[in-house]
Design a protein around this ligand. Structure first.
Ligand SMILES: Cc1cc2nc3c(=O)[nH]c(=O)nc-3n(C[C@H](O)[C@H](O)[C@H](O)COP(=O)(O)O)c2cc1C
Length: 197
């Protein structure tokens, strides 16, 4: 066997072993983590926007533990648009500093509001920005969660949430790429357990 074949074989076996290890660790950690926090004395709402359902999946995972009210932020302007049309419209709206119209959501009855957003152009998605700007968050605690597909500055996103909602009571957020082996269940549960009001 030539040296090149030997080195390539070792490299392939190492990569496969690493993938298997990540797969096993992901399965083990996700299976063995449990929700231990108790937020049942709070009136909680989960409000999220999701174009391709990643953020919706996370919202539903949170709700499995909290069993609270959940509402989707919707914007007709983006419905039935493919990703290229959506991207074009979002670029236009950012350039013109316009925001999409969204459904009416009454947040007055809640103390704690989980706000879920995909990352769009290094910012929260525009319908979420509309939701934050158009509601009165005075006296409420916001807990953000985001899904993304590239590189993101989480602190910057949290600061944007504070700015748009005119509310500094924003707790540390959960950020994840929507990828099967991203230890999502494990990291999400740890984050929920760490919420200290
Ligand atoms: C218009 C648009 C802009 C996006 N901009 C970013 C970005 O700046 N950074 C990033 O990491 N991902 C970006 N993404 C990827 C989304 O954040 C990612 O796919 C997310 O999980 C989608 O969530 P959803 O399925 O709930 O809509 C963008 C996606 C779209 C449609």
């Amino acid at each position: 066997m030539s040296k090149i074949v030997l080195i390539s074989s070792i490299a392939i076996i190492t990569i496969l072993a690493l993938i298997l290890l990540i797969f096993a660790l992901n399965w083990y950690l996700n299976k063995n983590v449990s929700y231990t926090n108790n937020l049942s004395d709070k009136k909680i709402l989960i409000a999220y926007y999701s174009y391709s359902n990643h953020t919706e999946e996370i919202a539903n995972m949170i709700n499995q533990y909290l069993n609270c009210d959940i509402v989707e932020i919707k914007s007709e302007e983006y419905e039935n648009k493919n990703i290229i049309e959506l991207n074009k419209l979002v670029n236009q709206q950012i350039k013109n500093e316009t925001l999409p119209k969204i459904n009416k959501i009454d947040i007055s009855n809640y103390d704690l509001i989980f706000v879920g957003s995909p990352v769009w152009k290094d910012d929260v998605a525009l319908p979420v920005k509309s939701f934050l700007i158009n509601n009165d968050f005075n006296g409420k605690i916001i807990i953000p969660f985001y899904t993304f597909g590239g590189f993101v500055d989480k602190l910057r996103l949290d600061n944007q949430i504070k700015e748009y909602s005119h509310n500094d009571s924003v707790l540390p957020s959960f950020l994840t790429v929507y990828f099967k082996f991203a230890f999502i269940e494990y990291r999400l549960t740890k984050w929920l357990n760490g919420i200290n009001l």
